[in-house]
Design a protein around this ligand. Structure first.
Ligand code: GLV
Length: 313
């Protein structure tokens, strides 16, 4: 008899995962919620993206919930409703790190080289060269120095930017000036031209991108949020842009996705919107990584890239 694994992927992110999983794990039957049946006691593993608690609760014997992405906040926030034995694992994929690094470089270069300003000048058929800072004098700060944050910081340093990082622990990262904890936040923010948020979403970081934090950034700084929409207090960002304090924001993630039609971000002249594409999961490498992790679990070995339940990342 085949092993059964619960599969749940919310709309918009189901990129044919099962077409890749099925040939890689031929001995496994991937079961969607509607096909679970009344007896789920044989199921110990779920692979998911944005699962409702009610789906996971249909399988009280779950022991491992594997994310189909790098983020696990949508799973960790359900932990109180899940049995203690449940482990949560995430993707840690070099392809995703490279994708995020390229998005970071492209967006930082856009602001540093004033490309938005030249777009506007083109619209007015205006030829007006402008002097920009050297990259080494353009200060980029990355909040959240986990796997992706570290890669982005090092990639930006690699193309010549002055890069600093902020994290809870301030753990040292080669070629990055590190700041730690609440005490380090003010000094970290006070000298930035560009702030990139790559924090995990936890109760401690929800709403961290707020008016108070924006006030600690220098005038004309820009924000790039590639972490989660819930890090950002949207009204505070709009107020900081409209008052002229912040010069721009590039947002890839939103409180409600897809970003609702008519939302002020769509048409704000200082906001650039991308549809949560900064670092999409790469299906072939993700499937291989998850398959290997499932095989480890079934062999009684240690599952890789699990999340600390207390810290939530
Ligand atoms: C995307 O946001 C991910 O967490 O993989």
């Amino acid at each position: 008899m085949k092993r059964r694994v619960l599969y749940f992927c919310d709309h918009g992110r189901d990129w044919g995962w099962l077409d890749h999983f099925q040939p890689r794990l031929p001995g496994v039957e991937f079961v969607r919620e509607e096909d679970l049946g009344s007896d789920t006691s044989d199921i110990e593993v779920a692979i998911v993206w944005n699962p409702p608690l009610s789906v996971l609760q249909k399988v009280p014997t779950l022991k491992l919930v594997h994310s189909l992405g790098a983020g696990v906040d949508a799973i960790v926030r359900l932990m109180d409703g899940l049995p203690d034995q449940v482990q949560v694992a995430r993707l840690v994929d070099p392809v995703m790190a490279q994708r995020m690094s390229l998005y970071g470089i492209a967006t930082v270069v856009h602001y540093h080289r004033g490309l938005d300003r030249f777009d506007a000048q083109q619209g007015r058929q205006e030829w007006k060269p402008a002097f920009r800072l050297d990259a080494a004098d353009y200060r980029v700060g990355v909040m959240g120095m986990g796997y992706l944050g570290t890669h982005v910081a090092q990639a930006l340093g690699g193309v010549g930017y002055h890069v600093s990082g902020w994290s809870r622990s301030g753990r040292g990262v080669e070629r990055v000036q590190m700041f730690a904890g609440e005490d380090g936040l003010g000094p970290f923010l006070s000298e930035l031209h560009c702030l990139i948020c790559l924090l995990p979403l936890t109760p401690g970081t929800r709403g961290i991108l707020n008016g108070e934090l924006f006030g600690r950034l220098p005038k004309d700084a820009v924000l790039i949020n590639v972490a989660r929409g819930e890090h950002l207090v949207e009204e505070d960002l709009l107020a900081s842009l409209d008052s002229g304090h912040l010069a721009g924001a590039t947002l890839d993630v939103f409180r409600h996705e897809p970003l609702p039609k008519g939302h002020p971000f769509w048409s704000h002249p200082k906001v650039r919107v991308t549809p949560h594409i900064s670092s999409l999961s790469n299906v072939p490498t993700a499937v291989e990584q998850i398959a290997q992790n499932l095989e480890r679990f079934w062999a009684g070995e240690t599952v890789q890239n699990t999340v600390d339940r207390v810290h939530g990342y």
